[in-house]
Design a protein. Structure first.
Length: 196
């Protein structure tokens, strides 16, 4: 009971840790069962509902598996406590609970692994992907002492571009920077164009 109370106090005083709240809720319900303050059926039901809620919350909150594991533990304990009888065949088989818990754990760890792989992939869109991109000039830009502006097609989009070099229509350019919605470009060397 005290672990459950302290876990909830810690979670409410430091929101976002998630683990103390999950452990606290599970320990509090198991403690209430041990003290016979809740009927066994209601305790098991409460743990099952808590486990399902934690499993659903895992899909929407970035808890890195903490909510999912807590949900599996709460669901498993709740399923074992749900029916209190000595009559054979009336309770929930332990093998069924273990199979459901293992299947759910594999699913959660599989989804978490896929999420971590996706997080490590290189950025393919946005301003980070524009750096060093290659585009084609859509109009002529005469040379000048200051940067002149024109239009270019970069990654299939039309962008306003600026350059201090003379650029002609159809000429390949490389993005070297960005100033708001204007890209700063330079002519692309033939050797660089062949490498790309």
């Amino acid at each position: 009971m005290m672990i459950g109370i302290y876990g909830l106090i810690f979670e409410f005083s430091n929101p976002g840790f998630v683990l103390p709240g999950v452990v606290g809720a599970i320990c509090l319900l198991v403690g209430l069962f041990a003290l016979q303050l809740l009927p066994i059926n209601y305790t098991g039901l409460a743990l099952i509902l808590l486990g399902l809620a934690l499993l659903v919350a895992e899909a929407f909150l970035p808890s890195f598996g903490t909510l999912g594991i807590g949900g599996i533990v709460a669901f498993s304990i709740g399923a074992l406590l749900l029916i209190d009888t000595d009559v054979p065949g009336l309770g929930i088989p332990v093998a069924l609970v273990a199979t459901l818990a293992a299947t759910t754990a594999l699913f959660i760890f599989g989804v978490s692994g896929l999420a971590l792989k996706a997080r490590r992939r290189p950025v393919v869109s946005g301003k980070e992907a524009l750096a060093a991109s290659v585009g084609v000039m859509l109009d002529d830009m005469p040379p000048g002492d200051t940067a002149t502006e024109g239009w270019a097609s970069v990654q299939g989009e039309q962008w306003r571009v600026r350059s201090t070099a003379a650029l002609g229509r159809g000429m390949p350019v490389r993005v070297i920077g960005r100033d708001g919605l204007t890209l700063i470009v330079e002519p692309l060397d033939d050797s660089q164009g062949e490498q790309r």
